[in-house]
Write a protein that binds this ligand. Structure first.
Ligand code: MG
Length: 457
């Protein structure tokens, strides 16, 4: 009735009221950023003043997870709110999509962009996609109005003329990597000049914020960096105490500052949720060119905490209650959360793995997430419930271990007392192990067989 009266009385406030219930949403998603790589997450020699301020004004989540420890499946989970095992987007044989891959995120999946678009949002993807580079899998086929970016990892398509092996990463040049830069479905530059990708992705985001300021909008800005090879623009060359890796992070921090200051300049800050996180942990085999997982164990490619827990910030002045959040959350939760805060419809015809985090964001209750399943390819290696995490299998990231080690009984860690997973307490908690075993079994029974997209060539 109130709504009807508003309609009858005055058209202008109705427009305002409609927009206030459909906030703008910006997701900034990094590639291979470590848990310990930001100033506000404890890094001693990388300066991230913009992210630090964003965290001080918003919520810093210290227990926020991705659903896979490598790029492609992690991104599939973010876009769909479902573990990638449910849509064929993870594989133990071929862990991500490559330029010769024929697969991608199936059309039957419903992305965040599709959920928001059906509620009148403008939707734009910028940066790394990595859910299929063929036209039927690109962002413009998955609910995005536009796309500007590199459709897979920035180290793919290395040319024969590049130095062999890891040498090509030591003093990388854009011409070593024949990666395409795309505008919608067309390649506009190849090889992409990677020195300026962070800057150009930022300019695109700023342009789109200004262009769409009259409508509700969703911008998914997925930086290709700090995945190796590392590149920065001229303004960020040799600025960081941390060397080249720090330069890259400090340019991403600048980018976040540009986005937040544009939102403020356009008067949109109190009607825009901005989320910052990353797709998986640091690529530690690249030593100083890879990041740091801080006090967490291991990194990208492993199901130890350093592979899957990400430095995460939610920002929405006047709405998100500022503070440090030690509840669990996941990129799986973004779709249901965005649907909730915008009054959009999340898919109801399939198993969803995400939760609506808005009670915790707005300070009215705890995070509904109490468990996490840690996937390595198609296998669930570990389960967390509450403070306890059981590892049924472990494999260190990328080097040094060909076969996973099976643990029976599983290794058990209390992540509150021991976030670095150093002290196995399995011997004292047989009851907890049985409970976690039961959770894993029930979760695995909920998974139905689907065609694997990553091994199609
Ligand atoms: Mg990655």
């Amino acid at each position: 009735m109130l709504r009807l009266l508003t309609v009858l009385c005055c058209a202008a406030p109705l427009v305002w009221a409609a927009d206030a219930t459909r906030p703008n949403i910006v997701v900034v998603f990094c590639d291979d950023l470590g848990y310990g790589d930001l100033g506000c997450f404890g890094h001693p020699s990388i300066a991230t003043p913009n992210l630090d301020q964003m965290a001080a004004e918003g919520q810093k989540w210290t227990e926020f997870y991705v659903a896979a420890c490598v790029c492609t499946p992690s991104r599939a989970a973010l876009q769909t709110g479902r573990y990638p095992i449910r849509n064929g987007m993870c594989s133990s044989k071929r862990r991500v999509l490559f330029p010769d891959s024929k697969g991608g995120l199936p059309a039957s999946e419903v992305t965040i962009a599709e959920v928001l678009k059906s509620n009148g949002y403008a939707t734009h993807a910028i940066g790394k996609w990595h859910l299929g580079h063929l036209p039927q899998y690109l962002p413009t086929s998955h609910g995005y109005d536009s796309y500007f970016g590199i459709p897979y990892s920035n180290d793919m398509d290395a040319l024969a003329s590049a130095p062999k092996g890891r040498a090509k990463f030591n003093d990388p040049k854009p011409e070593y990597f024949n990666v395409p830069l795309m505008r919608d479905e067309k390649i506009v530059e190849r090889p992409a000049n990677q020195h300026t990708i962070t800057k150009r992705f930022t300019q695109e985001a700023v342009r789109l914020i200004r262009q769409e300021k009259g409508n509700p909008f969703f911008i998914y800005l997925a930086h290709n960096l700090p995945h190796v090879p590392l590149f920065v623009s001229e303004n960020f060359t040799d600025v960081s105490h941390r060397g080249l890796y720090g330069d890259v992070i400090e340019e991403i921090d600048w980018s976040v500052g540009q986005i937040l200051s544009t939102l403020r300049a356009e008067g949109l800050e109190e009607n825009t949720l901005v989320v910052f996180t990353s797709d998986n942990g640091p690529w530690r085999v690249f030593r100083q060119q890879g990041g740091s997982s801080g006090l967490l164990r291991d990194g990208k490619g492993s199901t130890w905490e350093g592979g899957m827990r990400e430095p995460t910030i939610f920002w929405w002045p006047g709405k998100v209650k500022p503070g440090v959040v030690m509840d669990m959350g996941s990129t799986l939760d973004l779709l249901p959360t965005f649907a909730s805060i915008s009054g959009s419809k999340a898919p109801a015809d399939r198993t969803m793995d995400g939760y609506d985090l808005s009670p915790r964001l707005f300070g009215s209750g705890p995070s509904p997430r109490t468990e996490m399943y840690y996937y390595h390819g198609e296998e669930c290696y570990a389960v967390r419930s509450g403070a306890f995490k059981a590892h049924f299998q472990t494999k260190t990231s990328y080097v040094g271990q060909k076969q996973a080690e099976v643990h029976d009984p599983p290794l058990l860690y209390h992540l509150g007392h021991d976030p670095g997973e150093e002290y196995n307490v399995a011997a004292h908690h047989a009851d907890v192990i049985e409970r976690l075993r039961g959770l894993k079994k029930r979760h695995e029974e909920s998974v139905e067989a689907v065609e694997n997209q990553l091994i199609r060539r």
